[in-house]
Design a protein around this ligand. Structure first.
Ligand code: 8YV
Length: 317
């Protein structure tokens, strides 16, 4: 009998799904109408869970899976999994560390450029036939130069470093904050987020959200200032969204490029018609390449855990 795996989120790479189906009995939670009844029925037999970084798994759901041998996060953020509970039960929680770095960093750069150069606003202007109606050059406000900006990176893990390398190629001065100075990095460190914001034209959030909820609030946005931009490709919860909306509405900051939000898929209504923001739908790792590499890592982690080996990317065992 094939082991039963509870899958909390869809996986969008057909070849990866085929391999899961060949190896396991896949229980697709997201397709169920009555999820509670489903778990009552199959919960006792579930050996592994596959979930997304943003979705994670609640402690309550894990508690209903007595035979659980692994939680494989198809992503790098493990902030939505109760790691201490998993540790208590000796359950490995794995992530796809390294598989999505380049694409997430590319998305950060895309947002950084898009927000400075008004790419989306002008795209809408052209599509709406406004260029023909208003061909005079003054109809579109001048943009801002990204090359050479002072870029402040919050969280200097794999993604932060990849963003730094890319921005450095644009002639940007890079500074960062993290829990501590990182010896091997050539960039400027500051332990003070407010100082980093004050010294940056572009603040880029690349941090894990585990212990950093709401770190970007009105005080930090004020320090970033009316010529400053915020880009978030990490987690919506890092930002106090009410403060962010207010900062954008009042011109306290110049603009924002956002891939993530507090209550996805809900985006604060005030942002929807605002030209100074560029919005994405949590797409940073959503490429064929990243999602295939992530799927491969999840397959490896499941195979290890179910064979009684410690998965290489386990954070809890
Ligand atoms: C993914 C993420 O969108 O890695 C993460 O933590 O949030 C994203 O890359 C998600 O995990 C896909 O399921």
């Amino acid at each position: 009998m094939k082991p039963e795996i509870l899958q909390l989120n869809p996986i969008l790479v057909p070849s990866i799904n085929d391999r899961f189906d060949a190896l396991y009995t896949m229980r697709r939670y997201f397709e169920q109408d009555d999820k509670e009844a489903y778990i009552r029925e199959i919960g006792p037999r579930i050996r592994g869970v596959i979930t997304g970084g943003h979705t994670g798994i609640s402690r309550a759901l894990m508690a209903q899976l007595p035979a659980l041998a692994i939680v494989a996060v198809n992503g790098v953020g493990t902030d939505a999994v109760d790691l201490s509970y998993a540790r208590e039960r000796g359950i490995p929680v794995t992530g796809t560390f390294g598989a999505l770095t380049e694409d997430v960093a590319d998305m950060a750069l895309g947002l950084m450029l898009a927000v400075c150069r008004n790419l989306c606003t002008v795209d809408r202007f052209v599509r709406d036939g406004m260029w023909v109606k208003h061909p005079q050059p003054g109809a579109i406000p001048l943009a801002r130069r990204f090359s050479g900006m002072r870029v402040g990176i919050v969280g200097m893990g794999r993604v932060g470093r990849a963003v730094a390398a890319r921005a450095a190629a644009f002639g940007c001065a890079i500074a960062y904050t993290d829990l501590a100075y990182i010896d091997s990095l050539p960039w400027q460190f500051t332990g003070n987020l407010e100082q980093l914001a004050e010294d940056s034209d572009m603040l880029v959030l690349c941090a894990a959200a585990d212990k950093a909820e709401g770190i970007v609030n009105a005080r930090i946005l004020q320090a970033l200032g009316s010529d400053g931009y915020l880009v978030n490709i990490a987690r919506g919860r890092l930002v106090d969204e009410t403060d962010l909306v207010h900062a954008l509405q009042t011109g306290m900051i110049a603009g924002a490029g956002l891939d993530v939000f507090v209550d996805e898929p809900h985006v604060p209504a005030a942002l929807l018609n605002m030209d100074r923001v560029v919005l994405q739908a949590h797409r940073a790792s959503a490429t064929v390449e990243s999602r295939t590499a992530m799927g491969e890592m999840v397959l490896d982690s499941l195979a290890d855990a179910l064979a009684g080996r410690r998965p290489e990317n386990s954070l809890t065992t």
